[in-house]
Design a protein. Sequence first.
Lengths: 371, 301
Amino acid sequence: MKKILSCLAVLALLLPAVAWAGDFKIGLMCPLTGTWASEGQDMKNIVSLLVDEANARGGINGKKVTLVVEDDAGDPRTAALAAQKLASSEVLAVIGTYGSAVTEASQNILDESGLVQIGTGSTSVRLTEKGLPLFFRTCPRDDAQGKAAAAAIVKGGYKAVALLHDNSSYAKGLAEESRAILEAAGVKVIFFDALTPGERDYTAILTKLKAAGPDLVFFTGYYPETGMLLRQKKEMGWNVPMMGGDAANHQDLVKIAGAEAAAGYFFISPPLPQDMDSPEAASFLKAFKARYDTVPVSVWAVLAGDAFKAIEAALAAGKAEPEAMAAWLKQLKGMPGLSGSLGFDAKGDRVGEFYRTYKVDASGAFVLQPK
Amino acid sequence: MEQFLQQVLNGLAVGGIYALVALGYTMVYGVLKLINFAHGDLFTIGAYLGLTLLVSCNLSGLLPVPLAVLAVFIMVALLVALIGFLLERAAYRPLRHAGRLSAVVSALGASIFFQNAVMLLYGARVYVYPDFLRPDFTVHLFGMNVPGVRLLVIAASIMLMLGLWAFIQRTRIGAAIRAVAIDPGAAQLMGINVDRIISLVFLIGPGLGGAAGLMVGIYYGQIDFTMGWSYGLKAFTAAILGGIGNIPGAMLGGLLLGVIEALAAGYIAIAWKDAIAFLVLILILIIRPTGILGERTADKL
């Protein structure tokens, strides 16, 4: 009796694998609930749209693609559970997720299960420095942004820059990274300090900044403080140009600052498909609009679409085994993606120029600047 | 020199708001010996109610802007006063004889309740007051260009504070409040209705806090459901700095804290301004444990 039971158990374990052998199963881990639920909903919408498109074209090499979605709630503990569920549901690769700490909680579980993982909104440098052979990401690393910011400042011809951050590890890292590159490039950083986020009044800081006399203020923090700085800067009648990083990429910035104070402000950020003129972005946007009657609001969700495109291409090249897929992805360069050219280096980081400059126009709209 | 004056002015505008909020802490402490931790959240509620009345109820469309702002100012003060009154009835009065720790826990609970209620009613996103509500003019002062709205904020806070001070010092009810602060038992024997005085204090303090919330909303534009926490903490500090339970002390403490912060940011390091402000607080408390002006005005009568 015991023998029969154990045989049945083994069979039961094998069954799902047999039943799905004809399909490519791909996992998506995203925050469908919790603080970042809007990101996760968009990730799910975008990837399922691309999966349906792939199936409508007849699948990949004649095989259908099925998507398994798990909610990580934007929380590392839930993410560990979600990763385990995905690992036991016979997926070939996992896309996700948003938030470096959340992604990190799933990394080792997926690696030990021998699955390729492509992170989407996980910019912490550490994630690809651990030497996990199957981990990739479609988002840039935190230190890539510093290079892009410094390049934009040098290109703008600014000579004396004031750097301001908010002591968050993200903003501080970006400010320090930018300072090192700027100084190497011969641009003077005449001011370097941090404000306290969440306050209302930054006039004391602006008064001090003004006395230092910079020709550009680069605040690396988030949009609420950026909005307050712009507003109070205008109130003081100080016309120095100001720039920011991708944490400023939020329409509420203009609401807080007022269109008049925000005009002329620029920031660097990965571009959204609606701002890009590539054919991939245009056709994706058209399909997205037709199905969901809106546009993607966050670039991080679009990067989940790019992760799927990379996996799709690997499968089309016949690389379904994790090691083969990883090796293939590492040699991939210059594939057209939704957010620009797609490719990975030996560490699994995305390669290629990715950051673009946005400028706020007089009506308060974010306008993507030509390269 | 110009930069110094500019920083002092920056500090006075911030400090004026601290002082207004600090008055609520200090008045309640004066009569009940209770730190009303929910006071910062009443300030938040003032900011949100003001936005609702001005924009959603379209008062700013029905009336000329200055009139609408004035009307909303009064309405917000009254509404938040009412919430403060209900708070005292629901969360503090039943615990009046239950020991101080119970009341403090109740106050913390009320704070969490209000903060979450605002988040659930309005959502976690940042809200923004419309721009046209802000008076847009510049005043030339000692060779500086000062935004007019900044002077209005300072003037409005000082007027509210002086009004309160006159009320406490010059009226019979004010004298009753002072009497309850000195000795509730003796005040009751003298025929003062202590419960009614405490209710009155819970109308005035939150009313001023709500008005301060509206001022912050109009002046700075951006409001969110956690703003009461940071302003509450600073205002509480200001109340202790000036001497908790002491009304002129709260005004002085608020203005002083704002100026210290601005000067620390301007002349030492921006990132260290809070650390320096609190260092000054510690030093003052070491030299004068009851705060700059001592514990209670009433003692000095």
